[in-house]
Design a protein around this ligand. Structure first.
Ligand code: ATP
Ligand code: MG
Length: 446
């Protein structure tokens, strides 16, 4: 993309309504624009990041054997009356009447709808296990929408639902989700720690939230500092293996890590030595639940088991806050000049800055780099505007592309361009071909 032809409405002033750094940077870098309280338009650059996060979530869910589909945003109230949640959900649910006076709602989550699909089409244990998921907009009429996309009213969520014959099979599905979530967050350049949590209105006993440590997080968390040394890395887990998934769960959840809802000060002291006890704040970027037969019993989602008896299926639901993640990643990765995108989610792979637009050699070298990067499957953002170098650098720093190639007549006379890492500021002079190789190599590992 050439910046002269793109739509990147960066702001000079820091918007005064934004209280936290990710919200400020998302507005300043032209990622979002507020449409109404807690409701945002995703401008082109923000939309690209959102899509990349979504793609990682899809990849990892499909790798785990979970099946993508799409359910609507608007739902009929009838299903929610069956489960009993139409009254329980309260004011967070946006209730709508259609022209015939029928009660509708904008889905805050989809347990009822998916259970209805299941009971209509699945009747035998032979069709299990089954995990269906979708990535769809949700609406929760939050009392205090704030922090931009972190606590919106309309937000994008991945929600998946597992259907299993018994508790053990459903717990394997739970563990599979834990593994796939660890992989997903690491690919986004994030450390998200599973912490024992409270199940709230979804119901059920087993649940973990995934938290990204950040001062601006809304959750208070208590953990053993050893947990921050754990990395999932590139290990190859067989998602069909009960023992492999179980051992990942044990590795990542055996140390003390809880949100304030389940925190137990006495247990914390008993289990964790003084020097490793940490109290901090975190951003919830996902949650997994096992809730057994709560919805299947209420809504008659049963299957015939191996002995011919009809039994309610065991279920769980598993969510990732896709749009919240854009803010969470920025909270975890920025400096005073702007955003620093991890390679896994960056909207463009590299920026090209032409120091002297209109100089024949500089223009030609930039064009050649642009073509070569694109041919290598990378997406460059070429700042081809007739602007001062300082202004171009400031824009690149603000929008946070992890790599910048700077091209100017002086370097070209020596046959080099400059490759700069956004995170460290370190620069290296290389031939254009070597810069290209370096970037291709960096992104081949992402
Ligand atoms: P919270 O405690 O932050 O209100 P929740 O526990 O009610 O969230 P879940 O039902 O677990 O949310 O939804 C799954 C994920 O969706 C959450 O982990 C979070 O990342 C995201 N999410 C929930 N509410 C919002 C919101 N208002 N804006 C943006 N993302 C949200
Ligand atoms: Mg939650």
């Amino acid at each position: 993309m050439r910046l002269s032809r793109y739509f990147l409405p960066v702001l000079k002033e820091t918007p005064s309504e934004a209280q936290i750094v990710s919200h400020r940077l998302m507005l300043r870098a032209g990622l979002i624009k507020q449409a109404a309280a807690g409701i945002y338009s995703w401008l082109p650059l923000g939309y690209k990041v959102l899509r990349r996060i979504e793609q990682i979530v899809h990849d990892e869910q499909i790798r785990a054997g979970h099946i993508p589909m799409l359910m609507p945003t608007l739902q009929s109230a009838d299903l929610w009356r069956e489960s009993g949640r139409y009254d329980d959900y309260g004011e967070e649910m946006l209730r709508i009447k259609d022209r015939h006076g029928r009660d509708m709602l904008y889905g805050p989550t989809n347990e009822e709808l998916i259970t209805d699909i299941f009971r209509a089409h699945v009747g035998s244990y032979r069709d299990l296990p089954l995990t269906l998921y979708h990535i769809q907009w949700k609406f929760r009429d939050e009392i205090r929408p704030r922090f931009g996309v972190m606590r919106g009213r309309e937000f994008l969520m991945k929600d998946g639902y597992n259907f299993d014959i018994d508790r053990d099979a459903a717990l394997h599905a739970y563990n599979r989700h834990l593994v796939s979530y660890l992989r997903s967050y690491e690919r986004m350049g994030l450390q998200a720690i599973p912490m024992r949590a409270d199940s709230g209105p979804i119901g059920g006993d087993d649940t973990h939230e995934f938290l990204v440590l950040a001062e601006t997080g809304e959750s208070e968390v208590f953990y053993d500092s050893q947990i921050t040394d754990l990395r999932f890395g590139d290990r190859d887990v067989d998602y069909d293996s009960v023992s492999q998934c179980q051992s990942v769960l044990e590795e990542f959840t055996s140390r003390y890590a809880r949100t304030d809802e389940t925190h137990d000060e006495a247990a914390f002291h008993a289990q964790v030595p003084d020097a490793r006890r940490r109290q901090a704040r975190g951003i919830e970027v996902g949650q997994i639940f096992y809730f057994g037969t709560k919805y299947s019993e209420a809504m008659g989602a049963t299957v015939v088991n191996a002995t011919g008896a009809r039994v309610p299926v065991h279920m769980g639901s598993h969510g990732i806050g896709v749009s919240r993640l854009v803010g969470a990643i920025i909270e975890a990765s920025h400096d005073d000049r702007g955003i620093i995108w991890p390679e896994g989610v960056t909207p463009f792979h590299a920026g090209i800055v032409n120091l002297k637009q209109g100089d024949a050699a500089a223009d030609a070298a930039c064009e050649a780099l642009y073509t070569a990067l694109s041919a290598a499957g990378l997406e460059p953002l070429y700042d081809d505007r007739d602007e001062r170098a300082g202004a171009k650098f400031a824009t690149m720093d603000l929008i946070g592309l992890p790599w910048r190639i700077t091209v100017g007549p002086r370097g070209l006379a020596k046959g080099v361009v400059e490759l700069t890492a956004r995170r460290t500021g370190d620069s290296e002079e290389l031939s254009p071909a070597a810069a290209l190789d370096r970037l291709a190599q960096i992104y081949s590992g992402v």
